[in-house]
Write a protein that binds this ligand. Structure first.
Ligand SMILES: Cc1cc2nc3c(=O)[nH]c(=O)nc-3n(C[C@H](O)[C@H](O)[C@H](O)COP(=O)(O)O)c2cc1C
Length: 336
């Protein structure tokens, strides 16, 4: 796009909103590793993370509304070299950095994140620069592509007037294995409505500050989901069963062992056996640990007593019939 044509649009957007610039915040030397919720950003409920970069504060204000609506963690992505104050110099720098990215050279940033494991959705916000994701966020996505693989990502952006489509394609290229949900773009003519637009959009995504219904931590009842069907299980009240419960929900593939006798998988790390009595004469439906190997073994038929077997639960009723046979089965263990 012609740079001269862009300038009036961008000036308009910049004049309309005069929020604090993230470049005013002090930078630390070198790259800073951030453990979300600990030493950077706001502390929140842990299910959502808002990551953003912003030069003149528009995207930052969007990020703040998302953060306060969801009461979640938030991290600002900072360039190693602070943004230029001079607007034309900034345009030149952005163009040079975008050209460098095309050659595979990403401009340095000071922000990195160790893990996204605790988040259901990661919100990624940026200004549109020449139709693309602003360069600091491109670097961040490039640097964290592996950690973000499989994550649900929601993009939000601000621009003078440009659409978000090109930048959505940037994101899909930078983090090919993420799952992208409905993005939000606000332009200079809609940024003023962010206080209503953002909560509406979050609602359409099903994102809210409500905690999911907390399972009864003391309950020993769990479900095993097999395809569309649910098997109910009553767990034992021992240390290994409690360790198992603490890892739920858990998705595993159960493999056949001994020609239809057991369905097994290997918890990683192995379950703690503290405070757990040894020895069991398994009957069909018993969920056990085989101590020498550390695997979980669900018995599909009655079997002989062994001191190496440790019972941690039993499948209710005739639920075991769904696991019988020699095929591998994908299941999800979850609390009731
Ligand atoms: C280097 C640069 C390039 C820009 N390119 C575009 C563009 O291609 N299309 C557009 O509509 N706005 C463009 N803008 C305007 C910004 O996207 C807009 O002002 C945005 O709201 C700034 O967000 P921020 O305040 O979070 O930095 C550009 C701004 C800069 C600084």
């Amino acid at each position: 796009m012609n740079k001269l044509f862009l300038i009036p649009l961008m000036l308009l957007a910049t004049l309309m909103l005069t929020a604090a610039c993230s470049e005013d915040e002090p930078l630390t030397d070198g790259q800073e590793q951030v453990t979300p919720g600990e030493d950077d950003g706001e502390e929140g409920n842990g299910r959502y993370l808002v990551l953003y970069c912003s030069r003149t504060g528009n995207t930052e204000r969007m990020a703040q509304i998302i953060q306060s609506t969801l009461d979640c963690d938030m991290i600002v992505v900072e360039p190693e070299t602070p943004y230029e104050d001079d607007y034309n110099a900034m345009l030149d720098r952005a163009q040079a950095e975008l050209d460098a990215i095309e050659q595979g050279n990403y401009p340095a940033i000071t922000t990195s994140v160790e893990s996204f494991d605790e988040y259901d959705i990661v919100f990624i916000g940026y200004p549109i620069w020449y139709g693309h994701i602003a360069t600091p966020m491109q670097t961040f996505l490039h640097n964290h592509a592996d950690l973000l693989a499989g994550k649900r990502i929601v993009l939000f952006a601000s621009s003078g007037s440009n659409g978000i489509g090109t930048s959505e394609r940037d994101a899909a290229t930078l983090v090919p294995d993420a799952v992208f949900e409905e993005s939000l773009l606000l332009t200079s003519s809609t940024l003023g409505n962010m206080a209503t637009r953002i909560p509406e959009w979050l609602e359409s995504l099903g994102a809210s500050r409500e905690e999911p219904d907390a399972p009864d931590a003391a309950s020993l009842n769990i479900n095993i989901i097999v395809g569309e069907q649910t098997i109910t299980v009553t767990m034992e009240d021992n240390g290994a069963a409690r360790d198992f419960l603490s890892r739920l929900p858990l998705e595993v593939t159960l493999e056949d062992y001994n020609n239809g006798t057991e369905k097994i998988f290997y918890p990683d790390p192995a379950l703690s056996l503290d405070d757990t009595p040894r020895g069991c004469a398994p009957v069909a439906g018993d969920i056990t640990i085989y101590e020498p190997w550390g695997n979980v073994a669900i018995f599909c038929r009655d079997w002989s007593e062994s001191n190496s077997l440790i019972k941690i639960g039993h499948i209710d009723g005739d639920g075991i019939s769904l696991l019988q046979g020699t095929e591998s089965v994908n299941v999800r263990f979850e609390r009731q």
